[in-house]
Design a protein around this ligand. Structure first.
Ligand SMILES: Cc1cc2nc3c(=O)[nH]c(=O)nc-3n(C[C@H](O)[C@H](O)[C@H](O)COP(=O)(O)OP(=O)(O)OC[C@H]3O[C@@H](n4cnc5c(N)ncnc54)[C@H](O)[C@@H]3O)c2cc1C
Length: 389
């Protein structure tokens, strides 16, 4: 076999496969165990009561580009010397490999979370079903304490842990009960957002809702029996009671990738941050959440990375110099309320950046429903996954 094998049929895998097909390649295989494709950004709106869960999922077959072979199995290893992907059952050879299996949700790494999630007020938008439960807990809350927390270490969509805090607070405001809720946002970094211009806007949003922001802090334990979490901060550990809690599992590279020759010391895929080519195995490229690049892990980053991977892979296949470079672009549209949104676009330079000239990425937008619920999903399903943007 001498074709192109893509590991993972998520946002990155389908986008890359579609672009390779458009470039005329007829030898593209996607290895993907799931028969459902998820548009995960919608889970934030599901948890905030702004979208139904089924709108986030489509059959895998319906998003796989025509002419692409689907191997419905999971990769369990890669031997880059003999150019083979080891599968749960069997193996498959490649001439070029694109690695994009996403990240692993490490529920067990936050003490007590695996047992607590989905029960008695604790949930997480990081899976579709849990997002549904999140909305139920938010909807039923009338008074008490609410905790929204982000773990340390890289996670996909670093804005998601605070988006749901603002959606929930705005819901309670609309219901006239926000004054009876004690809302806490627990964040590990020194600021609410790494880009200062966006941090300033978001600090104002948190103030508007009366949210207590705990910086340099992390939830390290969940005690459902006491209905409290333990927050580790600059002054040590202290308990914080909750009636509702949105917690996010720590994340890491998939186990098989961590232990494969393709991994960087971090466990993530060891690719060059600009060319997205593997630093030791030139036949291997990678993108998306599994990549050990310093950008923020989002679908928007995938949209910017996919054309780079395809252009560079095709050039490598023809023995040409790699023509394309990824600049670290990412975007994390932050829902600052039930109808407001901050686009939050930036790149490796850590400066705000706008891809749409007439839209100011540092200003809250009031057409949230249209952009987040309609425009972005439309672009995703109809243009990005078809390799058109
Ligand atoms: C709650 C939430 C909100 C988000 N909000 C936004 C947002 O507003 N904007 C934004 O741009 N991004 C957002 N994201 C992030 C975005 O969804 C991801 O960054 C994006 O999906 C990454 O694409 P990917 O292809 O790398 O991984 P995924 O889309 O997760 O796909 C990985 C695929 O690999 C498959 N796979 C796993 N293991 C194997 C294996 N061993 N072999 C073969 N296949 C395998 C999986 O089944 C899956 O189909 C959000 C994510 C979450 C969870």
């Amino acid at each position: 076999m001498d074709g192109i094998v893509v590991i993972g049929g998520g946002s990155a895998g389908i986008t890359v496969a579609a672009r390779l097909r458009r470039a005329g390649r007829r030898d593209v295989t996607v290895v993907e165990p799931s028969d459902v494709h998820h548009y995960q950004p919608l889970w934030t709106l599901v948890g905030g009561g702004r979208a139904p869960l089924p709108a986030s999922a489509r059959p895998m077959r319906s998003v796989l580009p025509r002419g692409v072979r689907w191997v419905r199995s999971a990769a369990v290893g890669v031997d880059p010397l003999t150019r083979r992907v080891l599968l749960r059952e069997g193996e498959i050879g490649y001439r070029h490999l694109v690695v994009c299996p996403g990240v692993r949700l490490d529920w067990h790494r936050l003490d007590g979370l695996a047992d607590a999630v989905g029960h008695d007020g604790v949930s997480s938008n990081y899976t579709g079903p849990h997002a549904v439960e999140m909305w139920r807990f938010i909807r039923e809350a009338r008074t008490g304490s609410a905790v929204f927390a982000m773990p340390s270490g890289p996670i996909k969509c670093g804005g998601a842990p605070q988006k749901i805090a603002y959606l929930a607070a705005d819901h309670w405001r609309e219901r006239g009960v926000l004054g009876r809720m004690d809302v806490h946002l627990v964040l590990p970094g020194p600021a609410v957002f790494a880009v200062p211009e966006y941090a300033e806007v978001l600090e104002g949003v948190a103030r508007r809702y009366g949210i207590h922001v705990h910086l340099g802090s992390e939830v390290v334990r969940v005690r459902p029996s006491a209905r409290e979490v333990v927050v580790r901060g600059p002054d040590g550990d202290r308990p914080l009671p909750y009636d509702v809690a949105h917690l996010v599992p720590p994340q890491s590279a998939p186990d098989w990738l961590k232990t494969s020759p393709l991994a960087a010391p971090s466990g993530y895929l060891d690719v060059d941050p600009r060319t997205l080519r593997h630093v030791r195995y030139p036949d291997v490229f990678g993108l998306g959440d599994c990549a050990g690049t310093p950008n923020s892990k989002t679908g928007a980053a995938v949209r910017a990375q996919a054309p780079v991977v395809v252009a560079n892979l095709l050039a490598a296949a023809e023995g040409r110099d790699l023509p394309a470079s990824y600049d670290g672009y990412s975007s994390c549209p932050i829902t600052t309320g039930r109808r407001t949104l901050l686009l939050a676009e930036f790149d490796y330079s850590g400066r705000p950046r706008s891809t749409v000239p007439f839209l100011d990425p540092v200003r809250e937008r009031t057409d949230h429903n249209v952009v987040k619920r309609r425009v972005l999903p439309f672009l995703y399903w109809n243009l990005m996954l078809r390799g058109l943007v």
